[in-house]
Ligand binder design. Structure first.
Ligand code: ATP
Length: 238
């Protein structure tokens, strides 16, 4: 039976623009995501996609509503607890890779494992190299980010996001900054991680071809789910 990995209930996100002016980005949204799903979140600019993704990954808190990640309610956690949960359970990939320029590929991928403290030094190095092999960079271990192409840098960022075996891989327009060939390589990689490793993947994307790869597509308009291709009762929203 499929396991629920993320549950959002009654999510509302308001922004306080000034003392008397509030903007509602997400009015009231609920959904479930099961382990092993590959979900694309699409929608027009400003529809709340990134806000939703950040709420899912505990980088942003809803004004109202609750989020469960891997069976644990994360909405009320303090920042220290959230930092630990994110390190252990979430892999983030952004439009820009945010690799540390002075460190090589193996060292960049090692970073979350050093912080997490789950693996020995030797294991960290071996795992980092294995992850770089997985993303097709077996010959780039000692290259620094400036010695890699944009697509290769993004693949290092993906390897880094996978370092602590996250329950969920979240991507905020991970191909947005890449040429079409590198973008295709990157979404083929997401596809493969999902199919071969059963990795749960949730990506915000404007790229139609990327969105079409996903098994489920959630389309947002004005912070509301306009459509959800989930096969069964997974979407509880609106
Ligand atoms: N820190 C902030 N301050 C002010 N407004 C914000 C802030 N963060 C988000 N917004 C507003 O919230 C709305 C939703 O933003 P969000 O980035 O989630 O949308 P998006 O669908 O991801 O957009 P895009 O596709 O352009 O990245 C937008 O109207 C945006 O201007």
């Amino acid at each position: 039976m499929a396991t629920e990995i993320l549950r959002l209930e009654g999510i509302r996100r308001e922004l306080e623009l000034s003392r008397d002016v509030r903007q509602t980005i997400i009015p009231n949204l609920s959904m479930e995501i099961m382990a092993g799903e590959f979900v694309a979140i699409t929608g027009p600019s400003g529809s709340g996609k990134s806000t939703l993704l950040y709420i899912m990954g505990g980088l942003d808190k809803p004004t109202y509503g609750k989020v469960w990640l891997d069976g644990e309610e994360i909405t009320e956690k303090d920042e220290t607890a959230m930092t630990r949960i994110r390190n252990e359970k979430i892999g983030f990939i952004y439009q820009f890779h945010f690799l540390l320029p002075e460190f090589n590929a193996v060292e960049n991928v090692s970073m979350p494992m050093m912080i997490g403290g789950r693996f020995s030094r030797k294991e960290i190095r071996e795992r980092a190299m294995k992850l770089l092999d997985t993303v097709g960079l077996d010959n780039k271990y000692t290259n620094k980010p400036s010695q890699l192409s944009g697509g290769q840098q993004q693949r290092v960022a993906i390897a880094r996001a996978l370092a602590n075996e996250p329950k969920v891989l979240l991507g905020d327009e991970p191909t947005g900054n890449l040429d079409s060939k590198s973008a295709r390589n990157v979404y083929e990689l997401f596809d493969r991680l999902n199919r071969e490793l059963n990795q749960t993947v949730i990506v915000v994307t404007h790229d139609e071809e990327f969105a079409n790869r996903a098994g489920r597509r959630i389309h947002l308009v004005d912070g509301m789910i306009e459509s959800d291709s989930a096969p069964k009762s997974a979407a509880l929203s609106v």
